[in-house]
Design a protein around this ligand. Structure first.
Ligand code: SF4
Length: 302
């Protein structure tokens, strides 16, 4: 068995604590595009290994938090299932719940690759759905928090002090009921375009994009961030080049110099390359015989 198969088999194991996701509309469902959620439940597609590995980071964050809470002696319950009292197919699975005498605190954990300044709308909707369900099932005061962890950089952020909001929760319940009706084929699911359209397995034939001459993508913030970072890179490169020239000039008379704990040396090196233009003109046959074509994609943002 190959390592790919071993990993794929392990990572595609269903999360038993979440039950059969086709049988209910959950808190993470209400935070997403209804069409995507419905098709994921009714027409699932195979998820590739890199995506499964990325998803696994969410479980790793959960495990770290669980072990840390246990080690600290904090009392908590994990993966609590909360059902809407009037709609048995609306169910929330809460990562961590802290039951206290007069209060219940809900903690949702998130793995991120880029820490947002403010919690994503989908996270806020998810925690509100969870808190709302909990408030319907218990008379104690409910509050919520989201812990986002970037496992690559080690950065983490706690977004705290969420309180139940009836109007927001009722809207989410309506969305969950709509998803559930669409899962059962009673209505067509609504579409909700957003950054998660990128990589959506159901983009083909999606009414949001069909019939547009040039597709309008909902990734304005990402494109603007990209352009801003590119601009910063240009400025940084100019600064690095300026400093490099200055240091070069300072060290040149001595060949090498010490600056605090740094030893700076100038050394000469040479690189030999091929003048392909001259080669093509002088020996076109040899050039044709040994030329190599590689393909790449260039990104233009105007
Ligand atoms: S492409 Fe976007 S709008 Fe269409 S189903 Fe996927 S997430 Fe929803």
């Amino acid at each position: 068995m190959t390592i790919e198969t071993i990993l794929q088999n392990y990572l595609t194991q269903p999360k038993l604590e979440l039950g059969d996701r086709k049988e209910y509309a959950g808190a993470s469902d209400v935070a997403q595009c209804p069409r995507k959620v419905v098709l994921t439940k009714t027409q699932p597609v195979e998820i590739d290994l890199p995506t499964l590995l990325r998803f696994e980071r969410g479980n790793m964050v959960e495990r770290i938090v669980e072990n840390a809470l246990s080690y600290a002696g904090v009392s908590f319950e994990k993966q609590i299932e909360v059902v809407h009292p009037e709609h048995e197919n609306l169910i929330g699975h809460l990562d961590f719940v802290f039951f206290r005498q007069d209060e219940i605190a809900v903690l949702e954990t998130k793995s991120v690759s880029r820490m947002p300044d403010i919690p994503h709308t989908s996270w806020i909707e998810q925690i509100h759905f969870q808190m709302g369900l909990m408030a319907l099932n218990d008379t104690r005061k409910v509050r919520g928090a989201i812990l986002a962890v970037d496992l690559s950089s080690g950065r983490f952020e706690l977004f705290d002090n969420f309180l139940p909001n009836k109007a927001l929760f009722n809207g989410l319940v309506q969305k969950a009921l709509h998803i559930w009706q669409a899962v059962n084929g009673d209505v067509e699911p609504d579409t909700e375009e957003g950054p998660l359209c990128v990589g959506c397995a159901y983009q083909e034939n999606c009414p949001e994009f069909v019939g547009q001459d040039v597709v309008e993508l909902p990734i304005k913030r990402e494109v603007e961030d990209y352009l801003a970072l590119k601009e910063n890179l240009k400025i940084m490169k100019a600064e690095i080049d300026g400093l490099k020239n200055f240091i070069n000039k300072a060290v040149k008379p001595f060949g090498e110099a010490r600056v605090g704990e740094h030893l700076i040396k100038l050394s000469s090196s040479s690189r030999t390359g091929l003048d392909t233009k001259a080669l093509r003109e002088a020996y076109p046959d040899i050039y044709e015989q040994f030329k190599k074509t590689s393909h790449f994609t260039r990104l233009y943002v105007k």
